[in-house]
Structures are given as C-alpha cells and as structure tokens.
Design a protein around this ligand. Sequence first.
Ligand code: CTP
Length: 263
Amino acid sequence: MLGRPSGAGKCARPRAESAQQELRSPESPTPRKTRRADADADAAPLRSPKISPMRILITAGPTREYLDDVRYLSNGSSGRMGYAIAQAALNQGWQVVLVSGPVELSAPPGCEFHQVITTAQMKEACERLFPTCDGVIATAAVCDYKPVVRVTGKLKKVGGPITMEMIETDDVLAGLGAIKEQRWVLGFALEAQNPRENALQKLRRKNCNWIVLNSPTAIGSEENSVELISASGETVANWSGPKSRIATSLITWLSEQPASGRA
Ligand code: CTP
C-alpha cells in the first residue's frame, strides 16, 4: 500500500547559512534589505525588484496512519494546493523545500523534495528542515488520529463490529510555530463550521503569522476559494479559482510584504 519509498531527493542546494542568518535577523530591517540586494548582485537576476529571495518550507498532501501492515487512516488530499504553491515560489526564484505525503503528483523540478508517509515522519522532516528556511507554508492535510496499537501483519475479521482506540497525532504546524523565532509561519485552516472563528483559534494556537481559510470542498479539487487572515484577524485577501492561480496570488502577496512584517 505504500506509494513511494520514504526518503529525500535533493534538487537544489541550501543557501549559505550566513546568508540565511542575515535574512532572518530580526534587527534593523533596512540594512538587511540593502545587504540582501548587495549579496544578490552577482546572482541570477530576480524576476521582479519587489521580490525578496527566500527559502521556504512547504508541507503538502495527506499523511497516513497505519492500523496494521496493509490498512491505514488518511484523507483525500491531492496535494495540488501545496505543489502549486511550490511551483509558484520556484517561479519567483525562491528556494523550495517540499515535504509531502503520498500523492499522485510529481515534485516541481528544482525543489528540494522530501517524501514522507506518516505524521511522525512529516514532523521529523519539518523540524529538521525548518531552521534552514525563512518561513513555512503548511498545506498538508495531516491525519489527526492514529491507533494506539498498530497491529503487526493483518487484522483478521471477527464477524462483527470492532472498536479501536485512537490517539491524536502530533501537530506538525504547532511544533514549527513553537520554534519559529524570527521565521514566519503560514497555516491553512480547513473549516466546516464557524469557519472564521475556528481559523483564528488555529492561527493563535499554532503561532501563525497568517492563516488561509478554506472549506472541505477544497480537498481533492482543482479549484479553491480562500480567505487570507492576518494575526490581528484582518482579512488580507480573498482569492478564488484554480489552485495554481491562488498559489501565484499568495506567493506574489508574500513577496510584497516587508521582511520586517513577515516575522
Ligand atoms: N496541521 C499540522 N499537523 C496536524 C494537523 C494540522 O501541521 N496534526 C496543519 C495543517 O497543515 C494546516 C493547519 O495545521 O496548516 C490546520 O489544519 P486543519 O486540518 O485545518 O486543522 P486541525 O489542526 O487538524 O484541527 P481540526 O481537524 O480540529 O479542525
């Protein structure tokens, strides 16, 4: 049942740590901007003078939690939103670290790709990679529950109902929010009821800078309709349409935020 083997495929090299620290320094944003421009003077030209080169972490796709060696809990996430954001960020000249659960899509060429299956694997990969990035966009539809016991082999039918005890999996985004320091964190909230209120609660609980509110109709769909909400609860933008267009709008919007406003 496992889609692809677990592992990491690297197509891009991380930037020098010194350059990362320079970008992330919370002090004196203006000199930082100047230094960044200077540092990039010899590099390939950026597509727009507004765009700050960034290295970002993106989580995408579903995770799986196994009941036994062949059955698992998961969801119908296609990974399209996260992969579209990865592509849009690459188009802007950013470095992209993509941590993805099992999906049918190919990783956008040029990204640093890390395949994961379970929530624990996604958490481990993200916590290892986040310190090398300037921010994270968490689109993954993480499986929130796992069985207390994973059965070795295959559960046999018993001829009637069974009850299985579940516990919550770790919250990957909340873990990153807790260690973000000067980095920025953007979450996605999938809400069926009281959408705004629940999204804002999530934003605060997970220490996000922004949250993108969308509904369960987004799962597995080519299109989406989203509201981008800031930490103060303000609606920053509304976008609808193909996920690729929303992804471009989001990355363009992020690229236009002053470095001091991101963290
Ligand atoms: N998320 C995560 N790890 C989890 C659950 C969610 O990283 N275990 C991230 C998602 O990638 C998303 C955000 O947290 O960016 C919100 O996910 P969502 O599914 O909307 O909310 P949950 O925290 O799972 O809460 P609930 O299912 O109760 O709505």
